[in-house]
Design a protein around this ligand. Sequence first.
Ligand code: TXE
Length: 485
Amino acid sequence: MRSESLQIPNFIDGQFVEPVGRKYLDNIEPATGKPYSQVADSDARDVDLAVAAADKAFVGWSKKPAAERSKILLGIADLIERDLEKLARAESIDTGKPLSLARSLDIPRAASNFRFFATAILHTESEAHITDNVAFNYTLRQPRGIAGLISPWNLPLYLLSWKIAPAIAVGNTSVAKPSELTPMTAYLLCEIACEAGLPNGVLNVVHGTGPNVGGAITAHPKVNTISFTGGTVTGREVAEACAPLFKKVSLELGGKNPNIIFADADLDAAIAGSVRSSFANQGQVCLCGSRVFVERIAYNDFIHRFVDKASKLKLGDPLDEKTEQGAIVNKTQLDKVKFYVDLAQKEGGEIALGGKSPEAINERCRDGYFFPPTIITGLPVSCRTNREEIFGPVVTITPFDSEEEVIGYANDTDYGLASSVWTQNLNRAHRVAEKIHTGTVWVNCWLVRDLRVPFGGMKASGVGREGGTEALHFFTEAKNICIAK
Ligand code: TXE
């Protein structure tokens, strides 16, 4: 365990450095509600230093053969795996998520992100187009320069590494900004990057608030590529800041994802999958299915069994091995969850499970931000609770009678990130998947992630795609070279 008084510094040009203004923010452990470290409260001056370091490093890094870049990224992946336990514990303390989840999902995925892009760059192809009798064209995909990478608090190392790995694999340098609520594993990653021999300035991490640091990154004229994951309201601000500077932008934003259960589904699988998709990470995953729709003939049976299974999830101290539901990330987010549970009741909803703050978990967690899995029924599809992103352990369940009706419900939202469909009818699965307006449709599963597939949202859930070739293309500039015959 680290010392309680740790002050998390910035990482610029391969060195851990104090923020220029020497200011720090408290870093609070959600399970206890108490500060356990501090994080640099940086500003535009620190971003300027990071950009200068990234700029200086670009020529050397971008010219390095892919095989050499690959080797360093593979080294980072190995070290993340070596430090799995330390990183998982740090992630659990910082976010409130169960240690078992950080150990089985977040940290292994961070290693996979580096390994995936480290090897992807060894297997790229370049397009060639022959213009009959006139010319020969080929496409060069070159690194763009400095990438600004802004990530949220729900899956800190998982999502930050999902941006850093492709950005630097293809030869860019980077200035990353983790969420100020969950900076610890980004700090530990910088130690790993040094040990793996990543050249100075390729990865720079500037900690601090969104407006001060994120705002300075999006406004910086030398940062020409921005990859952002976070809330939709912030995403709009990022887009507005980038537009006049013609930056290339990828936005992965919120969701209000439908989870559709047809009566012909394997109900055991659908219920187990729905409990996970509703409450994993306390519902704080942008892909969580927060609107559950169940075909009316299976509705009563589903609710009974779904409530029963969700009620058995063990809410507890995130560091307890048996805990399945940890703490909400901070008080603001907890208050937001409570607000929506109150609103749901004002809108006519009935609480089928949860809905109230739990008894104290234990002495250590007496002041922590806990809220139990909450299931709400009886709400109209178009009410606010069913339209606005809550981002907590709260789902609504609504019956439907026909395929057409439920497709209408699923699409009746400003968001379009992901959906799940549970059915044993293959034709129906294809039909429904085709008509749902989300970037990902899972059929008879949830959160199955192949890093090669395009990942991203439609409508207010974002712009652009991450993953596989999409990410390699996003972080490079395509240049056509036309040679006359
Ligand atoms: O996220 P923010 P917040 C949703 C969820 C949540 C809501 C707000 O509904 O309740 O968003 O959460 C940085 N310029 N999601 O406020 O602010 C910020 O410091 C540049 C969904 O915590 O979007 C952090 O690093 N950057 C989501 C990152 O943006 C700015 C995950 C995301 O924080 C900035 C998190 C600015 N002006 C919340 N302001 C998902 N889709 O996974 C803030 N930031």
